[in-house]
Design a protein around this ligand. Sequence first.
Ligand SMILES: Nc1ncnc2c1ncn2[C@@H]1O[C@H](COP(=O)(O)OP(=O)(O)OP(=O)(O)O)[C@@H](O)[C@H]1O
Length: 121
Amino acid sequence: MRRFLRSFRFAVSGVAYTVRTQRNMRIHLAFAVAVIVAATALGVSALEGAVLALAAASVMALELVNTAVERTIDRIGPDPHPLAKTAKDAAAGAVLVAAAGAALAGLFILGPPLWRLLFGG
Ligand SMILES: Nc1ncnc2c1ncn2[C@@H]1O[C@H](COP(=O)(O)OP(=O)(O)OP(=O)(O)O)[C@@H](O)[C@H]1O
């Protein structure tokens, strides 16, 4: 149990570091909070809420991995290298793909009830 708590503390510190240092992570977090508020206010189903939660968590999880890749490359060496560029760009691309999927999920799930709320029908 003590080992589990220790690992949990390290993991939380990784999340805290990423929130503190990565502006994009703070943006993802703000979006996640906005989506939770909107989903609750619009009364989406449990399944829709679960899809939104998974989508938001995936984006933030990949931002954590992106930060890990960036820091690892910087630790290996600050000199410009095509492989370093490929690794960093691919990690950033993973975040982009997840964010695009999350935006689509949000649009499909929150779009119709939001439209009805704003424009009736
Ligand atoms: N060692 C390197 N060799 C070649 N290209 C690099 C290298 N480091 C970074 N780059 C290029 O510069 C871009 C920005 O890298 P950088 O490390 O500044 O990312 P960032 O998202 O600004 O991260 P952070 O500011 O959190 O460190 C990378 O996506 C990559 O295209």
